[in-house]
Design a protein around this ligand. Structure first.
Ligand SMILES: [Fe+2]
Length: 191
């Protein structure tokens, strides 16, 4: 199941007892957890976090060949990444192999394509949608999807990702095929 948050709601100024939090507070929250946070908790945090350019600076970097994953933090319960995408860069079609994940579009335009899988028909296209700056979108278990910065966007994309528990080896799929491959995301800036 996917959830969608109206970006206008996320950006509305909050009252004094608000859920609003800074980037550092979000990282501290994730690092202090002793059990994986739920998809609803992560969605609420990412909807309410205010991330500045200074916060992002250590995690910004683009590559020509592929999107670039920059890890902000990771423990046994959750991990957080900043991913930088040039136009035309996209993930393989994948699931999260038991983790749930929430993405916030920090800057730019993200396309998400959803798929279904059964052993007889293999992988089938289900739906696609466009996520503008400010949108927060969650992928539960066992969603199969592909994320990317469309060629036609004409701009770079920066996204914030929280996965709980942290991603391990993922399964990847091809449309029209029942084959499932394994994929270990590339975490390291030097790779
Ligand atoms: Fe994903």
């Amino acid at each position: 199941m996917s959830t969608q948050i109206n970006p206008n709601e996320a950006l509305t100024p909050q009252p004094s007892d608000s859920l609003s939090l800074t980037f550092t507070e979000l990282v501290d929250k994730l690092q202090s957890r002793t059990a994986p946070p739920s998809i609803d908790e992560i969605t609420s945090w990412l909807s309410n976090v205010q991330i500045t350019q200074t916060d992002l600076e250590p995690y910004l970097g683009f590559k020509d060949g592929n999107y670039w994953r920059h890890r902000v933090c990771r423990n046994e319960t959750a991990e957080m990444l900043v991913i930088c995408w040039r136009p035309g860069q996209k993930t393989p079609i994948h699931d999260h192999n038991g983790s749930h994940g929430v993405v916030k579009v920090q800057q730019g335009l993200m396309w998400e394509t959803m798929f279904t899988y059964d052993e007889t028909r293999g992988l089938c296209y289900e739906s696609a949608r466009e996520c503008p700056t400010g949108e927060v979108t969650g992928a539960g278990v066992p969603d199969i999807h592909q994320l990317g910065n469309p060629d036609v966007s004409g701009q770079d994309l920066i996204t914030i990702h929280v996965y709980a528990p942290p991603l391990g080896v993922l399964k990847t799929y091809k449309v029209g095929s029942a084959n499932v491959d394994l994929y270990t995301p590339n975490d390291f800036p030097t790779d």
